[in-house]
Design a protein around this ligand. Structure first.
Ligand code: ADP
Length: 379
């Protein structure tokens, strides 16, 4: 066992020497300091278990010294050495954090008893602290375990959903092919049935593409993150949808200031964010409708809005809108194809910047998706 370290702080050298003579042959490592300042310095550099402190020190006094010592290490046991005339001061010292006091002249037995009690008190107090720390760590680990279990459960549930979603188009294609093979499809319907197979195959491809994109979002490296202009990444997306919009006679209008500050992230991900929001707006808006894209600076955020005059989202479906594979019932009823993953991708991209997204929509009247992304801080 390590020897307990004791520091005597007393300006009377004979007292220091006498105490050292008693304690050194026993299980203690003893040092002395003649002033409070010297004592404090020694405590800060060497660390001690217990300090025997003369209450009447020149310079920094005993009571002040106790607070300074406890500020450095609250577990150092302070024992006050006092004369009869200063017993009241010793009581004050106890109130100020001293563990006990010895009144001069004291016997060797008194000294040993008080010192041993002090050392035992420090041992118990450190042990209590160790147990409390161990308990806190056990609590932290148990919470971490619960968190990992929750994550594992969510992962299993996701895999179950993915398998289910991937299975459906394959099953449909297999059934159509079986019917063709067994001659149940009349020659005149053959082309139509093959088209159905192609549609389901396209659905499978779109699912795999979205799943891959979701997977990529989890493994972003810091090297991929750069300053991005949301208006620049929007341009090719708008071009790509121009044709589709005009085919549906949808008026696609843009309201974006010439220069917008940069945000921080992966350019392709922001492109994908615009792509999903605008493709949804066009997809879920019937002919002759309107789709509008806004982007503006509000304080230290860029605020983007994609609005449409489309089918809207029933109020009861809105809370689940950003969860994997969820599709609102009006979209399914109208047989508008989709994976139910686009908005999940959008939400993850935006939240990875510290931003947020919300929707305002009324069934039959249209929807507005509004996101907020913090502007990148200039370095
Ligand atoms: P999907 O590939 O099905 O469009 P998303 O994750 O992009 O997947 O969207 C999830 C669901 O949210 C859609 O299936 C649709 O029901 C609804 N939705 C998304 N955007 C719109 C919109 N602009 N108008 C109406 N419904 C929308």
């Amino acid at each position: 066992m390590n020897k307990a370290k004791i520091l005597i702080i007393d300006d009377e050298t004979p007292i220091c020497e006498a105490i050292q003579r008693v304690l050194t042959p026993l299980d203690f490592q003893v040092a002395a300091a003649l002033t409070g300042e010297e004592g404090l310095r020694k405590i800060r550099t060497n660390g001690y278990d217990l300090a025997l402190i003369d209450i009447m020190l020149p310079g920094i006094g005993g009571i002040e010294l106790i607070s300074a010592i406890h500020e450095y290490d609250p577990e150092i046991v302070c024992i006050i050495i006092t004369g009869y005339a200063t017993v009241e001061l010793a009581v004050l010292a106890i109130k100020g954090g001293a563990y006990n006091f010895l009144t001069k002249p004291f016997s060797v037995d008194d000294l040993l008893l008080t010192v041993n009690q002090g050392i035992e008190r420090r041992r118990l107090s450190l042990e209590a602290k160790r147990v409390a720390n161990a308990e806190a760590e056990a609590h932290r680990l148990s919470e971490e375990k619960n968190r990992l279990q929750e994550l594992y459960k969510a992962k299993c549930e996701f895999i179950r959903l993915v398998t289910h979603e991937l299975q459906a188009p394959i099953d449909a294609i297999q059934n159509y092919l079986q019917l063709i093979k067994e001659g149940y499809i009349p020659a005149g319907e053959l082309n139509g049935t093959i088209d159905k197979c192609l549609v389901r195959a396209e659905e499978e491809r779109a699912l795999i593409a979205d799943l891959l994109e979701l997977g990529c979002l989890q493994v972003i490296t810091p090297a991929q993150i750069t300053l991005v202009s949301l208006s620049e990444v929007l341009q090719p997306v708008l071009l790509a949808f121009q044709e589709q919009a005009s085919q549906k006679k949808i008026a696609l209008s843009i309201d974006i200031p010439e220069k917008v500050p940069h945000v921080r992230g992966v350019p392709n991900q922001f492109k994908s964010m615009w792509l999903n929001l605008i493709s949804n707006a066009i997809k879920y808006t019937p002919e002759n409708g309107k789709v509008t894209v806004h982007l503006l600076l509000e304080g230290s955020n860029l605020v983007g809005e994609v609005s449409d005059t489309g089918i809207g989202i029933p109020i009861e479906d809105q809370p689940r809108l950003f969860t994997e594979f969820f599709r609102a019932k009006n979209a399914k009823k109208l047989e508008i194809r989709g994976t139910g993953l686009g908005l999940v991708i959008v939400k993850r991209v935006i939240e990875s910047t510290g931003g947020s997204i919300a929707v305002q929509s009324k069934a039959g009247r249209g929807s507005t998706f509004r996101f907020v992304i913090p502007v990148a801080k200039e370095k």
